[in-house]
Design a protein around this ligand. Structure first.
Ligand SMILES: Cc1ncc(COP(=O)(O)O)c(CNCCCC(=O)O)c1O
Length: 427
């Protein structure tokens, strides 16, 4: 059935609130490309929003899920446990930064991971306040909407939102006058001290590189300063690595770039090659503060998702996707910087590894230009390159290719981006 026919059916069946970036419907996918039902091939610079890092239908993942689905599909780990859940937790405890003893729990989405990390931090500290940052994104549930900064489309008319969430300025070098990481942290923490009180803070929650908020890379020193403050204040430092985790940024986890060891980490997206899985991993003394039965959910750690996660992580190891992300960084970041050097609409190129972006503004200014950003993204789509925008001001074009993308496909995608920028004239 053609995409146009599927779109008619969708309009009559799917709630309007669930939108899609493109109106082409996927038939199959592998590596760095998607093929739609009309036979068009798309170069994938989205990875389903940083999920299919190991490639779509990655061979090990397919084999593992195929084997597991014939054994059992679901028992609910809270009812009848199984080894796969334990194995994933053991793997995450060993893989994440820090030599301390750790524990993990599994859920089915990123937002659930964030919800549970906050629950655990509040329980462990006996405190309630959660510190979050401008431009943050943490999910679409009630608490995670409270933690998320941008109103439209995520929060508009969905309130009231959960309390005891306090937002402070982010290190955003392009827009904060180039504050050092230490100065940006001091600015944020002064507000914490004056408006919350350090002894009331249960958790400081931050994305090591902000995703939906615009691929904001904090200045060096910002994350270590926050982590050190949290430790001294007796608050839990939670790194939300749902978009940055699992080799995406050129380390297994972005926190490691500056040697930060979070107390808790929230994980999802790239963890399981496309199967729905989220996790909270962190210090055992914090995770185990919660009473038996205090954590759970019906589907958390579904056996198919666990099998996919073990296969996905094994694929990352086998293919050395950390090195792949660093190789992609060289090509992707290099081409983006070349484009920026010739195009005054590109105010900044930023990101790490295979998580990079360009911020588009009125030429030579910091005035966001979401119209041009959207037009360039639409032109990419018209030319067969699947791109995504993001940012508080809607003026960031982001690039999230699968880490298994081959060099020629990556270069072809960047050629399409260059042509699309040229095709969309200056405003
Ligand atoms: C850092 C960070 N934390 C939490 C989440 C939430 O993860 P879920 O699996 O979408 O719930 C995300 C999900 N980002 C993509 C959301 C897309 C959309 O809903 O429009 C994230 O990036």
């Amino acid at each position: 059935m053609a995409s146009s026919d599927l779109h008619k059916r969708r309009t009559g069946a799917v709630a309007r609130g669930v939108s899609s970036v493109i109106n082409s419907y996927v038939d199959r996918a592998s590596g760095g490309t998607l093929t739609d039902v009309d036979g068009n091939e798309w170069i994938d610079f989205a990875s389903g929003i940083a999920v299919t890092s190991v490639g779509n239908s990655a061979p090990r993942v397919v084999a593992a899920v195929r084997e597991q689905v014939e054994r059992f599909t679901h028992t609910c780990f809270m009812v009848a446990p199984y080894e796969l859940y334990v194995s994933v937790c053991e793997t995450l405890n060993a893989l994440t930064p820090g030599e301390v003893e750790k524990r993990s729990m599994l859920v089915s989405s990123g937002a659930e991971a964030v919800e549970n990390a906050v629950k655990i931090a509040r329980h462990a500290t006996g405190r309630t306040a959660v510190v979050v940052f401008d431009h943050a994104y943490h999910g679409r549930t009630n608490l995670t909407m409270a933690l998320t900064a941008k109103n439209m489309p995520y929060k508009h008319r969905f309130g009231p939102f959960a309390g005891e969430v306090y937002r402070v300025p982010m290190s955003y070098p392009l827009r904060d006058g180039g504050l050092s990481g230490a100065d940006a942290a001091a600015r944020a923490l002064e507000l914490v001290a004056s408006q919350i009180g350090a002894t009331n803070v249960a958790a400081v929650l931050v994305e090591p590189i902000q995703g939906e908020g615009g691929f904001v890379v904090p200045a060096p020193g910002f994350l270590p300063a926050l982590s050190a403050w949290a430790r001294d204040a007796g608050a839990v430092f939670i790194a939300d690595e749902i978009q940055t985790g699992f080799c995406r940024t050129g380390d297994w986890f972005a926190s490691s770039h500056e040697g930060v060891v979070p107390d808790l980490m929230t994980l999802a997206k790239g963890i399981a090659g496309g199967l729905p899985l989220g996790a909270v991993t962190g210090r055992a003394d914090i995770m185990d503060a919660v009473h038996p039965g205090g954590l759970g959910g019906t589907y958390g750690g579904n056996p198919l998702a666990c099998a996919a996660a073990l296969a996905s992580i094994e694929t990352m190891r086998e293919l050395d996707l950390v090195t792949s992300a660093r190789r992609i960084d060289l090509t992707l970041g290099g081409r983006l910087r070349d484009l920026a050097a010739a195009d005054p609409r590109i105010a900044e190129v930023r990101g790490r590894g295979a998580m990079q972006a360009i911020e588009i503004t009125q030429p030579g200014t910091l005035t966001p230009d979401p119209v041009t950003t959207g037009a360039v993204s639409a032109e990419c789509h018209r030319r067969g390159l699947l791109t995504l925008t993001c940012g508080t001001y809607g003026n960031v074009l982001r690039f999230l290719p699968p880490l298994v993308i081959d060099d020629s496909t990556l270069e072809r995608g960047l050629d399409v981006l260059a042509a699309s920028l040229d095709a969309v004239g200056a405003p």
